[in-house]
Design a protein around this ligand. Structure first.
Ligand code: UD1
Length: 431
């Protein structure tokens, strides 16, 4: 079993380049299924979620050609909705985007129930409500089976009961090739929603208002091929910002859109970190000694829930008592039990965590319980005294391109080790 072994205590120095946004890529790859032509996607992050999705597209009959590690050409002209690799689908959360994309393109869709990170109940009722409004029946069992009643979806007005990134993007996908106009009210506004709309528009779609809470989609008959570059990953950038804050040092984070990082930059400044913005980069400088702060996660442009665990680690080593309020998910503090093994002091009550900052964390063996929790534990290991082993790293590799290589280049002492699973326990049992 591969694990990360981290010898903590090094400050981070140098430059790190951010990859394409995972949460945009996992919607744009399914969207490529709707394109009647060759679609070239650049700045594709090399992470296991995108690899899985490309395999799924191939299983549906699309041609997938890697031009270089971050550029792919997808030809979906001969794709069908049948024959999907359902085992692969089960592994990722974003498989639900295939419902919108397949319904749009084929008028019928079959996918598995989404997998991915488990941080509480992850309902899809708003997705289903959207598809129903567009004229599809949706049957949810172990699989999601959907069918356009009239063969092709029809535009509709949809008011989302909950601000949902996934439902907003899925409805945009479904409505793109529908007949007539769709209006989504109370839409989510995340940068990756704008990116999906820009991708679709560059291939001939008519999606307006993405990035606001009202998105209007005028259905078109077909999408044509084209080339599109995915935006940089806001959360990957934020993770390196939080790592630099917690470890101390000076890091130039390149290939970013500083505007997308505003709320993270503002919070880090409040904690005593210097963040300088340049057109496509941010420079983060930290003494490693941080001030307390309160963090409340909210849909964009609020503080991103996907940065809550990483920021939780920075607050764990900050001076004073901080309060974190999780405003999106019911159960996003699973990493806290792992952090406690490293000496962090958290009290969690429902969606609120009170963090008593400690001077230093100490190394321990911890498990990455989900993608961002895993990233947070890596940061904890980097700033802790002694050696930390992070297990279950496959979660982390779902969303971070070459995390180890990028951190090593910044001076971190982190490497991948390959050891039998839970060797200590096995040895103990053998005794
Ligand atoms: C996406 C991100 C995830 C991020 C989340 C919030 C991807 C692949 N994942 O997840 O990393 O944490 O946005 O920024 O992009 N909800 C419902 N009914 C629904 C859908 C959602 O009640 O049909 C609720 C959820 O339980 C949650 C909230 O709405 O409390 C937000 O969920 P949503 O924005 O949909 O998250 P995802 O798209 O699944």
């Amino acid at each position: 079993m591969e694990k990360y072994r981290i010898a903590g205590g090094n400050r981070l120095h140098g430059e790190v380049e951010i990859s394409g946004a995972k949460n945009a890529a996992v919607a744009i790859i399914p969207a490529a299924l709707m394109v009647d032509g060759i679609c070239r996607i650049e700045n594709l992050p090399q992470i296991s979620d995108t690899v899985t999705l490309l395999h799924i597209l191939e299983s549906l009959g699309a041609g997938v050609k890697m031009i270089n590690p971050s550029t792919v050409e997808i030809d979906s002209r001969h794709a069908t909705w049948k024959g999907a690799d359902y085992d692969r689908m089960r592994k990722i959360r974003a498989s639900y985007y295939l419902v919108g994309a397949m319904l749009s393109r084929f008028g019928v869709a079959r996918t598995t129930m989404p997998g991915g990170c488990n941080f509480g109940v992850r309902p899809i009722d708003q997705h289903v409500k959207g598809m129903n409004a567009l004229g599809a029946t949706v049957d949810v069992t172990d699989y999601i089976d959907a069918k356009a009643i009239h063969g092709r979806l029809r535009g509709a007005e949809i008011y989302l009961d909950k601000v949902s990134v996934g439902a907003t993007m899925n409805i945009i996908l479904a409505a793109t090739l529908a007949e007539g106009r769709t209006i989504i009210e109370n839409a989510a506004r995340e940068p990756h929603i704008v990116d999906l709309a820009n991708f679709l528009n560059s291939m001939g779609a008519d999606v307006r208002g993405a990035g606001t809470d009202t998105v209007k989609i005028n259905g078109v008959d077909r999408l044509h091929g084209g080339t599109y570059a995915i935006i940089p990953d806001q959360i990957e950038a934020g993770t390196y910002m939080a790592a630099t804050a917690a470890c101390g040092g000076e890091v130039l984070i390149t290939n970013v859109i500083p505007k997308h990082l505003d709320c993270i930059s503002a919070k880090l400044r409040e904690m005593g970190v210097t963040v300088e913005e340049y057109p496509e980069s941010v420079l983060v400088r930290s003494s490693g000694r941080l001030r307390r702060a309160n963090v409340k996660t909210l849909p964009y442009p609020g503080f991103p829930t996907d940065m809550q665990p990483q920021m939780g680690v920075a607050l764990a080593v900050a001076d004073g008592t901080s309060v974190i309020t999780e405003g999106v998910w019911d159960n996003r503090y699973k990493y806290v039990n792992q952090l406690r093994k490293m000496g962090a002091q958290f009290q969690v009550d429902g969606r609120v965590a009170v963090v008593e900052g400690v001077e230093r964390l100490h190394g321990a063996t911890v498990e990455a319980c989900d993608l961002r929790a895993g990233a947070a534990l890596v940061i904890a290991g980097l700033c802790a005294d002694g050696v930390t082993t992070v297990e279950d790293i496959e979660y982390i590799e779902r969303g971070y391109q070459d995390l180890v290589g990028k951190l090593q280049a910044l001076g971190a002492d982190i490497r991948i080790v390959d050891e039998p699973e839970h060797s200590e326990r096995l040895n103990a049992n053998a005794g």
